[in-house]
Design a protein. Structure first.
Ligand SMILES: Cc1cc2nc3c(=O)[nH]c(=O)nc-3n(C[C@H](O)[C@H](O)[C@H](O)COP(=O)(O)OP(=O)(O)OC[C@H]3O[C@@H](n4cnc5c(N)ncnc54)[C@H](O)[C@@H]3O)c2cc1C
Length: 469
């Protein structure tokens, strides 16, 4: 049995590791287009910020770790053709060598590629000009090269999704003056704007100029540097007023999302969904015999809405593990995602799980969303801070559908969103959140946890979350 995995990041390596774990005799080969197997690209912002000083430390496992498990790694090898009938791939290896590999079972984990929004000039400018996309370790090296080579004192980050805000923080930490441009009305648009505003305030408090509701229309060389500084000119139009805006910067980072990388699979005739991702069932099987797929290249099965697309590292790991097991004949099912995510932005943490109100409506629920805020621990113990919560439940069944939160770092937002994710996953009603036996000690919590206070205010929207005894 030869298991071939195309892709050496979260999805692919997870598949290979699971196969190796289950069967020490199976031959496992991982082919990846770049030189960075099993790197945590999620850590790139912290390398750029300087929190992680050596990029090699971003590896979940290094090459030696992986090869010592008996997994063959073919780095710098790009698969260009897939023949599912002949069970064979071909491509280009280091130095342009031709590579042909046969397989018994295949896992496709080619991930995603960053979107290139229709911004004038973006196609003509690249990292040599200080204009960057950010998805791979090579992209991270290119950003660091610009930071080292040029005297970068200003940057524009185009996009205020979670990667955009992480990078705004990273560049600010390096002493760079950052502007963050976002076409939608608020930063972190995966949250309700009421919470996005808290994140925008945090960015502003740390000197990031937030330019929301502004569509970037062009990036160009600014010509002669002048007092305003910056060799690049970023131009945009405010979506409400129609006013044009322009800003100079030494570095421009375009981080506006990703699209699944399906060229190889689609070229081989493997079914792709209308949304453009590889179609897989819950076993991660594709439409082609003996071919499985996992990670950012596939559709995401969502616990509440069915098929969607939610490219996240946590999900890629889980899907890869399922794909690796089933490629060896297993019968594992991907249990489904809730799109649970958390992001640190300077001193606050923002998180969400499940659905927001409009997403729940689109999925056929009758949602109601309430806002609440409660201290993370008893106010008499020093350092208590509010956690802002938005809770979405179904009016018909009372089922908990989604929770969003923003709070300061010590308020354990990640722990609380994970509790909410567990509750949604298990199909709990909002009122059942209040029944959970959650931990309590005054320096860390309250008899009614933040989440339970939120549940109470959902159940009694007119007011009274019970007061702590
Ligand atoms: C800056 C940043 C921060 C992030 N932070 C988080 C976070 O905090 N939490 C979270 O859950 N997610 C985060 N993510 C998202 C997460 O990193 C991705 O969801 C995850 O990496 C997807 O893994 P993957 O294996 O599907 O694909 P990718 O990581 O995209 O890897 C694709 C792999 O396929 C290889 N490949 C592609 N085409 C070919 C080919 N034709 N031949 C050979 N090899 C090929 C590539 O070389 C690569 O090894 C972040 C992403 C970025 C960029």
């Amino acid at each position: 049995m030869h298991l071939l995995v195309i892709g050496g990041s979260d999805g692919g390596i997870s598949a290979a590791l699971r196969a190796r774990e289950l069967d020490p005799d199976v031959e496992v080969t991982v082919v990846l287009a770049d030189a960075y197997p099993n790197f945590s690209i999620c850590g790139i912002p912290y390398y750029v910020a300087g929190d992680v000083t050596d990029w090699r430390d971003l590896a979940h496992r290094n090459r030696v770790d992986i090869e010592s498990l008996g997994i063959e790694l073919l780095t710098d090898t790009t698969v260009r053709n897939l023949d599912t009938g002949a069970h064979r791939v071909s491509g280009t290896g280091p130095g342009g060598t031709e590579v042909v590999i046969r397989y018994d079972r295949l896992v496709v984990a080619t991930g995603a590629v960053p979107t290139r929004p229709p911004i004038g000039g973006l196609d003509r400018l690249g990292s040599a000009d200080g204009v960057h996309l950010l998805h791979t370790m090579a992209d991270a090296h290119a950003v660091m090269d610009t930071l080292g080579r040029r005297d970068v004192s200003s940057a524009v980050v185009v996009g205020a999704g979670y990667i955009g805000v992480e990078m705004a923080e990273a560049l600010t930490t390096r002493g760079i003056t950052v502007s963050q441009w976002e076409v939608l009305p608020e930063v972190l648009p995966t949250l309700d704007p009421e919470l996005g505003r808290l994140v925008a305030a945090e960015l502003g408090a740390h000197g990031v100029r937030v330019e929301t509701a502004t569509r970037v229309t062009g990036i160009g060389r600014a010509g002669r540097m002048d007092a305003r500084g910056g060799a690049l000119a970023v131009r945009g139009t405010r979506t409400v007023s129609g006013e044009d805006v322009e800003e100079r910067a030494d570095l421009v980072l375009v981080v506006t999302g990703v699209v699944p990388d399906v060229a190889l699979a689609a070229g081989a005739g493997i079914a792709v969904t209308a949304g453009g991702a590889i179609a897989v069932d819950r076993s991660m099987a594709t439409s082609a015999p003996d071919v499985f797929a996992a990670g950012d290249c596939v559709v995401t099965h969502h616990v509440l809405v069915g098929e969607t697309y939610l490219p996240l590292g946590t999900t890629a790991h889980k899907q890869g593990r399922v794909a690796g097991e089933n490629a060896l004949g297993g019968d594992r099912r991907f249990a489904g995602s809730l799109g649970t995510q958390v992001v640190k932005v300077f001193d606050v943490v923002a998180a969400r799980t499940g659905l927001r109100d409009h997403e729940a409506t689109a999925a056929g629920f009758r949602p109601r969303t309430t806002a609440s805020a409660a201290d993370d621990h008893k106010a008499y113990y020093p350092g208590a801070r509010p956690v802002h919560v938005r809770t979405t439940g179904d009016e018909v069944t009372g089922r908990l559908l989604g929770v969003q939160m923003v709070g300061a770092i010590p308020t354990a937002v990640a722990k609380r969103i994970d509790t909410a994710a567990t509750a949604i996953f298990c199909g709990l009603r909002v009122d059942q959140l209040g029944d959970l036996d959650l931990s309590y000690t005054p320096p860390l919590g309250s008899p009614w946890d933040v989440l339970q206070a939120a549940a109470h205010s959902w159940a009694t929207p007119t007011g009274g979350a019970p007061r702590s005894p």
